[in-house]
Ligand binder design. Structure first.
Ligand code: FMN
Length: 193
């Protein structure tokens, strides 16, 4: 009998949340405490500005939690990806595991997969693959604890985002700097005249 309900969604972190260094720790702590009382298990991933969450448990409780999560101002574009029923719980050990893809030592297969396509556009096969990768690479409580505490906030993400932005606009930035330099030299020469 398939009595275990599951739900997945993806969303995008807001700028305001990304400048709060404790954002991940806050979400993780709330989730762990609350989900344990509701017998809801699953995991939350963050990478490149996007969240992906898998929740499983009693249908009304999971739907109620999801409705609450949708109202959270720390993320936007909250997109329901899938719902369904299972015969058993997949993540018995975790009330809510959390993975930040920008943390060191996250398995490259997971990081690459997460970067390939924005989770907002994932199809069923992508969702299943993500869950599978999580089961393969993150199957201990120690792993989860280690990566949550190693993060200590969103600083790693902000650095990665800045790095990405600079790399994307590198040529423009170089050209712009040269033009400013030429302008400064010309102005200095004119002034000296
Ligand atoms: C991406 C994301 C995932 C979240 N996941 C959970 C979760 O699994 N469980 C939970 O209790 N809160 C979660 N939260 C926090 C809730 O949105 C909300 O802040 C929390 O339930 C407290 O709600 P309340 O202030 O109405 O009591 C999440 C927030 C975000 C931004």
């Amino acid at each position: 009998m398939k009595s275990m309900f599951y739900l997945t969604y993806a969303s995008r972190m807001t700028w305001c949340a990304s400048v709060n260094k404790d954002v991940f720790t806050d979400i993780y702590r709330t989730s762990n405490t609350f989900n344990a009382t509701q017998n809801i298990t699953g995991f939350l991933c963050f990478g490149n500005g996007y969240f992906f969450q898998y929740l499983e448990g009693d249908e009304s409780k999971v739907r109620e939690l999801y409705a609450n999560i949708c109202q959270d101002s720390r993320h936007k574009q909250v997109t329901l990806l899938s719902t369904g029923y299972l015969s058993h719980r997949r993540f018995v050990a975790w009330d809510m595991a959390f993975i930040n893809m920008h943390s060191p030592n996250i398995h490259p297969e997971m990081v690459d997969f997460f970067s390939l396509l924005t989770p907002l556009y994932w199809q069923n096969a992508d969702i299943e693959r993500m869950i599978e990768l999580f089961e393969i690479h993150c199957n201990t409580n120690q792993f989860i604890a280690k990566y949550v505490h190693a993060d200590n906030g969103s600083a790693i993400y902000r650095y990665a985002a800045l790095h990405h932005l600079v790399r994307q606009h590198r040529n423009f930035l170089i050209l712009y700097s040269i033009l400013i330099l030429i302008w400064a030299v010309v102005m200095t020469l004119l002034y000296l005249d």
